[in-house]
Design a protein around this ligand. Structure first.
Ligand code: UDP
Ligand code: MG
Length: 335
């Protein structure tokens, strides 16, 4: 975006500094019921972006909010540089991020949450690393003290499992708050899968990445959308998209149980035929039966999770549906 477009708001001393080759930056904010936080975030972000002396745009993706998020975002869209993509319902953060990435036109794209947990003040540092040659600048939480023990341990276990069988590593405390070069964004968008576990996709595409430590601020207002159940679902999405390890475990466990069970069966038959011992122990039989049925059901469940993912992919539905797009950003500046 040419800053002179925003004539009344543009810093007059910048007149004449624009060159066609100047690099551009898009900020993408997925929002679900962030009406109370959006004004504060957008004004602080706008201030930060003016200070970068780059052309910029801010894309708010309203992910089917039921509060006044859309109204607040639409008011900002009166100003050049602000765009709002309203989805037809709540599709989830990963879909909202993808919608924003698809719309973004900048040479670099910054993703940040709409609840003020990701401070725009860090964007200057991100841009500095990008200009030094980094293709991805991702933020790493310095502490997880703000999270409950259950969430901390669960997260740790999740990353251990996913990273156990990868050629690439998912950094444990890295989040969505990050800057990505255009090449990285294009690579991400070229991945066709529908189960978009973004933290895994960022790592999968690779590129030169630099970590930036930060301490997330507490959520300004409202509640997190990621309760325990949604986090478990999210982790299952991550596991099934990025590792076949659970499927292999099913085979290994099956083998470990079947071989001794078969050997024990042979032993009982021989004992009966040679020594003439009557077959006894109904309790043992019932207990072992329940044990094996349990293992079998868990195994079917694990296989089922993968089948469900295949089903999702095969249906080929779009990731999200757009209700309307408002505002003018870098899109109208570029051929
Ligand atoms: N979000 C979204 N769609 C959803 C859930 C969340 O776009 O279905 C957005 C939300 O508005 C916020 C970001 O994703 O900007 C992170 O969500 P949240 O703060 O609830 O998660 P947490 O910070 O607890 O991980
Ligand atoms: Mg949050």
């Amino acid at each position: 975006m040419n800053r002179l477009f925003n004539a009344p708001r543009a810093a007059v001393e910048l007149a004449g500094t624009h060159t066609p080759a100047r690099r551009t930056i898009s900020c993408v904010i997925p929002c679900f019921n962030e009406g109370d936080n959006l004004n504060a975030l957008l004004s602080s972000l706008e201030e930060t972006l003016w200070a970068t002396h780059l052309d910029w745009e801010i894309i708010v993706v309203d992910d089917g909010s039921t509060d006044d998020t859309a109204t607040v975002a639409e008011a900002w869209c009166q100003l050049t540089g602000f765009r709002c993509i309203s989805l037809s319902r709540n599709f989830g953060k990963e879909a909202a991020l993808t919608a924003g990435l698809q719309a973004a036109c900048g040479d670099a794209v910054v993703l940040l949450d709409g609840d003020l947990q990701h401070s725009p003040a860090l964007i200057a540092d991100m841009l500095a690393r990008w200009q030094e040659g980094a293709e991805v600048v991702y933020t790493v939480r310095q502490t997880r003290d703000d999270e409950m023990t259950f969430k901390r341990l669960g997260t740790h276990l999740f990353y251990k499992i996913v990273n156990a069988s990868q050629r690439f590593e998912l950094p444990e405390d890295a989040g969505d708050f990050r800057l990505m070069d255009r090449r990285v964004v294009d690579a991400l968008l070229s991945l066709p899968e529908r189960t978009r576990f973004m933290k895994g996709l960022y790592a999968w595409v690779g590129f030169r990445a630099v970590a930036l430590p930060y301490t997330p601020c507490p959520r300004a207002r409202g509640r997190s959308s990621f309760g325990a159940l949604r986090l478990v679902n999210f982790a299952i999405d991550g596991l099934t998209s990025f590792t076949n390890w659970p499927l292999r475990m099913v085979s290994v466990v099956g083998l470990l149980l079947a071989v001794p069970a078969f050997a024990y069966g042979v032993y009982l038959v021989l004992e009966h035929l040679v020594i003439g011992n009557p077959v006894s122990g109904w309790t043992t039989i019932v207990v072992s039966l329940m044990f094996f049925i349990g293992i079998q059901m868990i195994s079917t469940g694990i296989v089922g999770e993968y089948v469900a993912r295949i089903f999702e992919e095969v249906k080929g539905r779009p990731l999200y549906v757009v209700r309307k797009v408002l505002g003018r950003g870098l899109d109208i500046q570029q051929p």
